[in-house]
Design a protein around this ligand. Sequence first.
Ligand code: ATP
Ligand code: MG
Length: 401
Amino acid sequence: MSGPMLLPGVTGLNGSGQQTTLGVMGGGQLGRMFVQAAQAMGYFTVVLDPDVISPAGLVSHYHIKTDYLDEQGLVQLMQRCAAVTTEFENVPAPALRTLGAVRPTAPGADAVAVAQDRIQEKAHLARSGVPVAPYAVIETRAQLDGVPDNLLPGILKTARLGYDGKGQVRCSNRAELVAAWDALKGVPCVLEQMLPLAAECSVIVARGWDGACVNFAPQLNLHRAGILAVTEAYDGNMPQALSEHAIAASKKIAEELGYVGVLCVEFFVLAEGSPEAIALGGLVVNEMAPRPHNSGHYTLDACDVSQFELQVRTLAGLPLTQPRQHSPAVMLNLLGDLWVDGATPAWHKVLALPGVHLHLYGKLKASKGRKMGHLTVTAVTPEVARSTALQAATLLGIAAF
Ligand code: ATP
Ligand code: MG
């Protein structure tokens, strides 16, 4: 089913005393922040996630604890809610297709299916006319043997189910490539040329059922070991021309997909003057996420409308207004590494710094690399936001940036 939608609006009351309920597939931290935004606007929420103590399930009105493809679970979800969204891209597309046949579902199964598979994703990006890293599809031994020399050194990435750098192997030569594909058990992959990165950024757009599209300004992202570590969001974080280019490309990608919901597009900024930058034009799309994104968490504290409120608005067919960022912001991810030696992070000291907003996701167990929460620092100027964030990082034992 597709829009325009007829949901009753921000009070969540349909006039007969029954609360309108919004559903989300997936119970992670993104689902939790969606649920919190929906509840703030008066909606009831229902989460479907097999994990009995999922971050979103813990704060939602209803929690259906079944597998994503469980028929009974999907029926319960459909009965409970007026519309459904998703919070992680590996929700099985067939489940979204089932839901989409009877309830407005945003993003839709087709868009999610594209984002779930790097091979389809790259083909879509190429169709949208945006540059991507030179790559080859590897599904057979013959394709592996036939990769052109210019793709090495490169990164072999599984076509499906990768996240936070998992399912990726860097290869400097053909011998390493063969070993890497074997190590990945010969699943379908893409080999991407290793590009000289000057920086990474992302753009978050929200597109409604009527095609209206709004966006946040590009965020500058620092990854460590394949995981987002720091996001810097303020005027001047990247050259104006690149910023405009990234926004235009992101909107084009959303439009070409007929996308409804919040979409994040991740970009590589190539080292100026490098042969790759000359050949590809300075900015290439890395990948897209069909949902709010870790790099957009600062919008909760630094913008008049957050990415999660936009997810609620797109889903419920409410008006979209162009978000305005009122404070420069720096976001630090809080990974399980901060807890693993048993110590509690120095929250008292960190919260004594001005403009610090602590978000923890209610995860009961910390492990290395697990996203436990984030911290956003807002300030009047980018310089102050950065220096306060650096102080917080030092207090927490996070490396300087
Ligand atoms: P995510 O958690 O963002 O979904 P992922 O596991 O899908 O991560 P990618 O975004 O593909 O992984 O890659 C992770 C990081 O590895 C990138 O942010 C970038 O720092 C680096 N990287 C990936 N591809 C390339 C490339 N072609 N050239 C240089 N660096 C790259
Ligand atoms: Mg990525």
